[in-house]
Design a protein around this ligand. Structure first.
Ligand code: FRU
Length: 455
């Protein structure tokens, strides 16, 4: 069965993990990604490269970064994650060179540049940052560079005394970088190591995101909301939440689109050390492994972060498959779903229901594949995918509730109440003929359900 997604970026062959270097440069969106072209397993990281006009249809370009230098040439290392920035018409990539020498991990920050956005030259002064900042463990990686108030800043992930932390560097010319400060330290509340940090402004606040290893609450993609004091180099945390409550959303990176939207992509998988790891699933005969989320747009509403799929993705679905107000009861109402890639929009108001409990299920020839139970009265939604434990998501009460589900062969993204909560999962059906079952455990309830197929 074909499990290659239509709208989620996946490599033509080989292995993908983190999205890297997201940028709109000279009229095109550029996506770079952690890539092993030689195997469907992680190893010797390259930067794969693709360009697009709409962040959905990607044209694959030659590999942008191949490990070739002493600071990055290693079977168990390579050109690790990083970011892109444009300066004076030139595209700059910042990445971590990672090698293991005499059993020790050595990670340095490096830069490559290009004028055409296709061919990259590694900077002769690499590594541009080779000294570990004070207190840092050997894990010092994933530079994200941004411009603020006329100065360039770089955040990198690290660990200080077993505590997830983020360093801040500053530069005037993108080549000479000064260590500024420990931007943020988790004080044992946010795991042991921060990977892929990202810092940006949104709706008058600063948002710091990152993927923590061994987070005590199991958070894979952390969002911290607060302020950034550029003078002291500190992030002042005012609250935090998971970016995504599902099992497969990691190493997210954001960038600003030309029309000012804050867009994010994440890797839809997770590492073996995570508690819900279920194997880097793929079809048995596939020569590729992994995919990214669809592009998502961030917004800040009443101080809390929301994410919803970018219009470039939602526009791909067309009305007409199914659209009705259903009277639900304890007996399941069954509707056939289009092949491969589709979306479901559900709207319901508590006033039209005798219980606020709405239960949806995706069923294939082997039975229950995914169950989604929304219970605003009790304050949570529970999503369960075949063979995996329940994922419990806190939700708030509203007069009107909504659920948007996007399924793309094997990639499932769920958005609750206008993106207040999101959850991503990799799910492998055993047949194409999926059905939606909708019911409510008590008496009757009304829900508007629209199913859309891919254009
Ligand atoms: C996150 C990560 C990064 C690292 C990259 C290596 O998934 O572990 O910290 O740069 O993957 O592929």
């Amino acid at each position: 069965m074909n499990c290659r997604p239509d709208l989620h970026f996946s490599p033509e062959r080989g292995w993908i993990n983190d999205p890297n270097g997201l940028i709109h440069f000279k009229g095109m969106y550029h996506l770079f990604f952690q890539f092993n072209p030689y195997s469907t397993r992680w190893g010797m990281m390259h930067w794969g490269h693709a360009v697009s006009r709409d962040m959905i249809d990607w044209q694959v370009l030659p590999i942008a970064l191949t490990p070739s230098e002493e600071y990055e040439l290693d079977e168990k290392g390579g050109c690790f994650s990083g970011s892109a920035i444009e300066k004076d018409g030139r595209l700059y990539l910042f990445y971590t060179g990672s090698v293991i020498r005499d059993g020790r991990t050595i990670q340095t920050q490096n830069m490559a540049f290009s004028d055409d956005g296709i061919h990259f030259e590694k900077h002769p002064d690499n590594p541009i940052i080779s000294e570990l900042p004070p207190g840092s463990s050997d894990h010092f990686r994933d530079p994200k560079v941004f411009c603020y108030d006329g100065a360039y800043f770089m955040v990198t992930g690290c660990s200080i005394d077993g505590d997830a932390a983020v360093f801040l560097f500053a530069s005037e010319d993108l080549v000479d970088w000064d260590f500024r400060s420990v931007l943020f330290r988790g004080e044992h509340r946010h795991g042991t190591l921060m990977e892929c940090p990202d810092l940006f402004r949104l709706g008058g606040k600063w948002i710091l995101t990152g993927s923590p290893e061994h987070h005590p609450e199991g958070i894979r993609s952390l969002v911290l909301i607060g302020d950034f004091d550029a003078d002291s180099g500190r992030f002042i945390e005012q609250g935090y939440m998971p970016a995504d409550y599902g099992y497969e959303h990691y190493a997210a990176q954001s960038f600003e689109s030309p029309d000012g939207r804050r867009i994010s992509f994440a890797w839809m998988n997770e590492w073996e050390w995570m508690s819900t790891f279920a194997g880097f699933s793929k079809g048995p005969d596939d020569d590729w492994c992994g995919c990214l989320t669809m592009p998502r747009e961030f917004s800040l509403v009443d101080g809390s972060l929301r994410m919803h799929p970018a219009k470039e993705a939602t526009e791909r679905f067309r009305d007409g498959w199914f659209s009705r107000t259903l009277e639900l009861s304890p007996d399941a109402h069954r509707v056939g779903l289009p092949d491969g890639c589709w979306s479901i929009e559900v709207r319901y108001s508590e006033s039209r229901m005798q219980s606020s409990d709405l239960m949806l299920a995706l069923v294939d020839s082997s039975g229950l594949l995914v169950s989604m139970d929304l219970n605003p009265e009790r304050g949570y939604a529970t999503i369960m995918c075949r063979g995996r434990g329940p994922c419990v998501i806190p939700i708030s009460r509203h007069a009107e509730h909504s659920l948007s589900v996007f399924f793309d062969h094997c990639a499932l993204e769920v958005f609750i109440d206008g993106g207040e909560r999101c959850a991503s999962f990799m799910v492998y059906p055993s047949s194409e003929d999926l059905k939606l079952e909708a019911r409510t455990p008590q008496k009757t309830a009304y829900a508007d359900i629209a199913i859309r197929s891919l254009q």
